[in-house]
Design a protein around this ligand. Structure first.
Ligand code: DQA
Length: 153
């Protein structure tokens, strides 16, 4: 069964209590359980990792890239949180593991928010982007990733 990684960046460990009007009431544990269940329905094994630290996220992307090359991991769903708008290093990390598909997810519609959220360093390296569907976006991203995996992309 192909394995995918759900990767979450800074402050997403606070889902459920963090600005619920923006990010909803589900906790990260709820989201991860939903991803695992949805992955199973699609024939995918799901691993989850969250970190508030940019370097830990980069390490995990590099590790995912090694596993992708070895045929042990099929792709990544990634919500980079605020690092989306600041991190050339994440862009470089995702570019370095090309063609491993990385789907960028944002719970909120970042384009309807502050101007500093309108630019993403990650998007040019992403295989697809899901924005503004609340935490359902993770499920949609898994579906898109599953289609890309099936298509051999
Ligand atoms: C976010 C949007 C980012 O701008 C913000 O910094 C986050 C969460 C989202 O999921 O909507 O931490 O990535």
């Amino acid at each position: 069964m192909p394995t995918i990684l759900i990767l979450n960046g800074p402050n997403l460990n606070l889902l459920g209590t963090r600005e619920p009007a923006v990010y909803g009431a589900s906790t990260l544990a709820d989201v991860e359980a939903g991803c695992t269940a949805h992955g199973q329905r699609l024939g995918l094994a799901v691993e989850c990792f969250q970190s508030n630290h940019e370097g830990a996220l980069i390490d995990r992307i590099q590790d995912a890239g090694r596993r992708f090359k070895a045929g042990e991991l099929a792709g990544v769903v990634f919500n980079p949180g605020a690092f989306t708008h600041t991190s050339v290093a994440l862009f470089d990390a995702i570019s370095a593991v090309h063609p491993m598909p990385v789907i960028e997810v944002h719970i909120s519609n970042v384009h309807a928010r502050e101007a500093f959220r309108h630019h993403s360093y990650v998007s040019p390296a992403a295989a697809g982007i899901v924005v503004g569907f609340g935490t359902d976006g993770y499920r949609l991203a898994i579906e898109g990733l599953a289609q890309k995996i099936q298509a051999g992309a």
